[in-house]
Design a protein. Structure first.
Lengths: 117, 113
């Protein structure tokens, strides 16, 4: 089974702090994702990485950066946390889509609930 | 722009009933559609994935259908149990994207014993 783990289940930080959220997957997936989930809005993609050191902005990258130095690990960084970044953060991984392969489901970690005071 | 809507936002039914959850999308140019389950405070578990060429997928008591022309998918849950209580989300993958999922906001389902 694919396993995606996130470093913290709950995190409380203060405004202005630098925050690191870590995600590790054990299935050698090329693709990794960071989402945030807010009530009534569904999941919104923050950043996507398709290979080591490669990244693409998602729908809401402002205020966030990412790091992927190793294939299995994808980090989300809040350079200066703000109260509007209080949210549930979900990491996911998948194989890349190749040709018409349908088997590229995204597998999710348990999430990190971040509160910024 | 693709938009995905799930109505109702919440649903409460007695145990044992069959029920249907709805997902609608505005652009029929999708690669596939996926249904997920999310338990409180937890991540998402994939339930069913339907390719754009398929009409339905089944797993146990779950059956998901897809009608691309009308922009609709349904998740049918047979003989509901309290353990089915969770939030159910649907997401569509765009044809022109390797990875982009567009998500609905979810339906929170409560099964009353």
């Amino acid at each position: 089974d694919v396993k995606v783990t996130q470093s913290s289940r709950y995190l409380v930080k203060r405004t202005g702090e630098k925050v690191f959220l870590e995600c590790v997957q054990d299935m050698d997936h090329e693709n990794m994702f960071w989402y945030r989930q807010d009530p009534g809005l569904g999941l919104r993609l923050i950043y996507f990485s398709y290979d080591v050191k490669m990244k693409e902005k998602g729908d809401i990258p402002e205020g966030y950066s990412v790091s992927r130095e190793k294939k299995e690990r994808f980090s989300l960084i809040l350079e200066s946390a703000s109260t509007n970044q209080t949210s549930m953060y979900l990491c996911a991984s998948s194989r890349p889509r190749t040709g018409r392969s349908p088997y590229n489901e995204q597998f999710f970690g348990p999430g990190t609930r971040l509160t910024v005071l | 722009k693709q938009e995905v809507t799930q109505i109702p936002a919440a649903l409460s039914v007695p145990e044992g009933e069959n029920l249907v959850l709805n997902c609608s999308f505005t652009d029929s140019a999708i690669y596939n559609l996926q249904w997920f389950r999310q338990d409180p405070g937890k991540g998402l578990t994939s339930l069913l994935l339907i390719q754009s060429s398929q009409r339905e997928q089944t797993s146990g008591r779950l059956n998901a259908s897809l009608d691309k022309s009308s922009g609709r998918s349904t998740l049918y849950i047979a003989a509901s149990q309290p353990g089915d209580s969770a939030t159910y989300l649907c997401a569509v993958r765009r044809l022109d994207s390797n990875y982009q999922l567009i998500w609905g906001a979810g339906t929170k389902l409560i099964i009353k014993p």
